[in-house]
Ligand binder design. Structure first.
Ligand code: FAD
Length: 419
């Protein structure tokens, strides 16, 4: 039950379940709890001013001006009121006291909990080099980030994108559509190096080049240079300066777990959780981008997954646990990315694969890539090929062993290869 009182001059509220972070994970946990008829009090404490919203459109339709923010809300305001989920937006939790069962916000609000669920995601990793804080240097993590960036677009001609991961590539695709001159800088020798095999990287590189994006590989950005506090270029380690009016930084996130680790939770690059999303602290779970978990699709190695799938599925795991129906987390990872008119859908985790099979002709712009490890299918990337994505999931889930020439044969549907 919600109770309010005062303790030593500090305002204290109490909720049965306090969720820190109002992103995909936090919002879906509250939704799941109410769906499962949880009748106790629930509060979501989130540092952003908005109600929970979908983050993926930020680098896609929202940046492109094709989707208004209101359509990105995970649920409308009335939903949270009707379900009696207290929305404490604009509150950043700075401290957790796991013995006293309280969290304290930057504004000095102490909030007591019966169960705490840490769903704080992560913050965009910032450039550590000189000039990383100049005006015109942007991240793409929150609505505020993207609104700031969009406000500068009318006066921007040249954009430097730092990082060849999904967010950098999606932003590059939108900005070229706007007629901007885009150069992408990547320290590795290809795009998507962390998440995909060479064939997919090669395909996307050719697509971006065909749309006018200049790709620079094996380069280190040394300094962001500027005049009067505003970016004018990117200096590389070899001294070359590439002029630009805007820098977009897409170099990953730093998990937002400081207060929880300071309270004694185990972790490092994320907060460590078990298969029920329990942290090492009693009555504290963690879910979503910040949760470091042993994933069955990564040989049970501890990883953090930054995806809507993981956020939603871990939210379901905790909703079940907190309503007396615990179930271990074993969901197959999936993800998507939209660039130009290309819809990429991926299932499984390709890290550690030892072979790739291309199914279909990349030149047709509709094809798939199957990733194998010791002969077993471990992941699937599908470009404009939803049928393969739908039918191939079973192969990944079962880690099916299928001969490469059969996988490559588009005359045989993937569903006919499941064992
Ligand atoms: P978040 O959504 O980050 O939510 C965490 C919330 O907690 C944030 O609002 C944060 O401000 C808040 N918070 C942090 N610290 C505190 C604190 N101390 N106190 C209070 N509040 C705090 N995934 C896909 O699957 N497909 C995609 O196409 C895709 N595209 C993406 C595009 C972009 C631009 C971005 C940024 C992400 C994309 N993702 C995509 C990833 C996906 O959005 C994340 O995996 C997902 O948002 C994770 O949900 P979460 O709830 O764990 O974290």
């Amino acid at each position: 039950m919600l109770q309010a009182g005062r303790s030593g001059g500090i305002r204290v509220q109490h909720y049965d379940i306090v969720i820190v972070g109002g992103g995909h994970a936090g919002a879906n946990l509250a939704i799941g709890l109410r769906q499962r008829k949880f009748a106790g009090s629930i509060a979501i404490v989130g540092e952003e001013p908005e109600l929970p919203y979908e983050r993926p459109p930020l680098s896609k339709e929202y940046l492109a001006g094709e989707k208004p923010f209101e359509r990105m809300l995970i649920r409308p305001a009335a939903f949270w009121q009707e379900r009696e989920v207290a929305m404490l937006t604009g509150h950043c939790v700075l401290a957790v006291d796991a013995e006293a069962h309280t969290v304290t916000t930057a504004a000095g609000l102490a909030i007591g909990y019966g169960e705490l669920v840490w769903a704080a995601g992560g913050h965009a990793r910032r450039l550590s080099c000189m000039g990383g804080d100049l005006a015109g240097v942007h991240s793409v993590r929150s609505r505020a980030d993207v609104d700031r960036l969009m406000a500068e677009l009318p006066t921007t001609g040249r954009v430097a994108v730092i990082g060849g991961g999904y967010i950098g590539l999606e932003a590059a695709a939108v900005l070229t559509k706007f007629g901007k001159t885009v150069t992408l800088f990547e320290t590795q020798d290809r795009v998507l190096a962390r998440v995909a095999g060479r064939a997919l990287s090669h395909f996307y590189q050719e697509e971006h080049r065909a749309h006018g994006v200049e790709l620079r590989f094996d380069v280190m950005v040394d300094t962001i240079v500027g005049t009067n506090g505003r970016v004018t270029g990117v200096r590389l380690a070899d001294g070359e300066i590439s002029p630009c009016d805007m820098v977009i930084v897409g170099i990953g996130i730093v998990p937002a777990v400081g207060p929880l680790l300071a309270a004694g939770a185990e972790g490092g690059n994320g907060v460590a959780v078990d298969e029920y999303c329990r942290t090492s602290l009693p009555h504290v779970h963690a879910i979503g981008d910040c949760a470091l978990h042993a994933n069955p699709f990564a040989d049970n190695l501890p990883i953090r997954l930054e995806s809507v799938q993981n956020a939603n599925d871990q939210a379901t795991i905790v909703a079940k646990a907190l309503t007396g129906a615990p179930e271990p987390y074993a969901a197959v990872p999936w993800f998507w990315s939209n660039q130009y008119d290309l819809k990429l859908q991926t299932v499984g985790l390709s890290a550690g694969h030892d072979a790739e099979v291309v199914r279909g002709d990349p030149a047709s712009r509709s094809f798939s890539i199957l990733y194998l490890k010791e002969g077993h299918v471990v992941a699937l990337d599908c470009v404009n090929s939803t049928r393969d994505y739908v039918q191939g999931r079973a192969l990944v889930i079962a880690r099916s062993r299928v001969a490469a020439d059969r996988l490559a044969d588009t005359a045989i549907p993937l569903k006919d290869m499941a064992q």
